[in-house]
Design a protein around this ligand. Structure first.
Ligand SMILES: [Zn+2]
Length: 152
């Protein structure tokens, strides 16, 4: 089964970039440690945290990974070393809500995207949870460049 994650409130940036890479990552602000640990246990998620107190909790045993670095590229490298990136999962998730995107026919998004996007892009996907539309090309390349830079 796919490894799933729950990033603590200090790791919002990491969570977002992990979603870009296709990891299944929950992230909720305003959730307390106990709630987070319980929910992670319930859903079989690995907790990612920079909180040494959280690491000491009983519920964190064998379930939490301490993220060493304070900066995003170090954090991403640590995750990628422990849980290798699957290239075919890149850009398959909604960055906002973690849901898997579905490919959608161009005609179906006509009303939902700016007209210049509609006329210049051909591949669209949509998030079934928040209805956000994603499209490829330039955006994708910029993200991949940024990732390459961070992962070294
Ligand atoms: Zn979404």
């Amino acid at each position: 089964m796919e490894t799933r994650f729950f990033a603590d409130a200090m790791l919002g940036k990491l969570a977002r970039w992990m979603r870009t890479l296709g990891y299944d990552v929950l992230y909720e602000t305003g959730i307390d440690d106990t709630e987070l640990l319980l929910k992670a246990a319930e859903e079989g998620r690995i907790v990612l945290t920079r909180d040494t107190l959280l690491m000491k909790r009983r519920l964190a045993k064998g379930r939490a990974v301490f993220i060493e670095s304070g900066d995003l590229s170090g954090q991403l490298r640590q995750v990628a070393e422990m849980f290798p990136i699957e290239k075919d999962k890149l850009l398959t998730r909604c960055l906002r809500c973690n849901a898997l995107l579905s490919r959608v026919a161009k005609e179906a998004v006509k009303e939902k995207v700016p007209s210049y996007v509609f006329s210049t892009q051909n591949e669209f996907s949509i998030c079934p949870a928040c209805n956000r539309v994603y499209w490829g090309a330039t955006h994708r390349e910029r993200m991949l460049e940024e990732l390459k830079r961070m992962l070294g």
